[in-house]
Design a protein around this ligand. Structure first.
Ligand code: SF4
Length: 273
């Protein structure tokens, strides 16, 4: 059987519930769109495009205000662009407004951190705000593909900070812990980066948009974790694509007070068949 191309998200799905992996990646049943996905995509678009703005009018006095104005304009623009997808969710007006305001708060939180970083970089290197902005501009939405490990990933931001490389992912999560699934995602990014560049990144982290950046050092152990999990999934998915070999893992992630697994109705986790 041909080796499947996996991703951090497919591996984490496999680890959470093999049946869910089967429905999503083998049977390819459509997933159910939800506000968290749509909002997450919208926020990512804003942050990705923020760095393309024209900074010629920035001065030492006005750059904090300019950054805030620009990002607010971008947020409005992308919220409008995602309107057709939002309509499909049939949210009430109040609910839609709630998610818009919450997204705006996350974006403003992020830009406040960015403004703070700009100030620090300007002071440290004694440079202009345009130079600081350029220094802080990462490589964005980079696709990494490893033939050797049969794995691919999209990295939100690769920062070159002085002599260090930092890989950052943005998350809109309500919780800010570095869960095992997040650690594995970052481990896989580190492996992909190492394979392409011949050296490990120095740090990897998550910018929790409701909170702040959380970062960790990359070491050989982290790379080994990625290799081990990648081998485990290939060992299973290269052998069989039969539904019976992808058993259900029934937990609170099947159904909770405000939602359910995308495949809950197909899977019927609480039936005995
Ligand atoms: S409903 Fe539960 S058991 Fe079924 S696929 Fe989803 S997570 Fe797995």
């Amino acid at each position: 059987m041909v080796k499947r191309v996996e991703s951090p998200s497919s591996i984490n799905t496999f680890k959470q519930c093999k049946r869910k992996y089967y429905y999503s990646y083998i049977e390819k049943l459509p997933s159910v769109p939800n506000i968290h996905q749509v909002r997450g995509n919208m926020v990512h678009s804003v942050l990705e495009n923020f760095y393309d703005v024209d900074t010629t009018g920035f001065t030492e006095e006005n750059y904090p205000l300019k950054c805030k104005e620009i990002i607010q304009t971008l947020a409005l623009h992308y919220w409008k662009q995602y309107e057709p997808k939002l309509k499909e969710l049939h949210l009430s007006k109040d609910n839609e407004m709630f998610y818009f305001e919450e997204s705006m708060l996350m974006i403003m939180n992020w830009v406040n951190h960015f403004i703070d970083d700009m100030r620090k970089v300007m002071e440290k290197h004694n440079i202009s705000c345009q130079e600081a902005f350029n220094k802080l501009t990462p490589i964005r939405e980079q696709k990494f593909m490893s033939e050797k490990h049969s794995i691919r990933g999209f990295i939100d931001a690769v920062h070159h900070i002085d002599d260090e490389v930092h890989i950052i992912d943005y998350k809109t999560n309500a919780q800010f812990e570095m869960k095992e699934s997040i650690k594995l995602q970052l481990a896989i990014y580190s492996l992909l980066y190492e394979e392409l560049h011949g050296k490990m990144p120095h740090k990897v982290g998550i910018f929790f948009l409701r909170n702040k950046l959380k970062i960790m050092n990359v070491d050989k152990e982290l790379i080994q974790l990625a290799k081990r999990e990648i081998e485990l999934i290939h060992a299973h998915t290269s052998l069989t694509e039969q539904k019976k070999d992808y058993p259900r893992t029934i937990t609170g992630l099947c159904k909770w007070s405000t939602g359910k697994c995308d495949y809950y109705d197909t899977c019927e986790p609480h039936s005995t068949t």
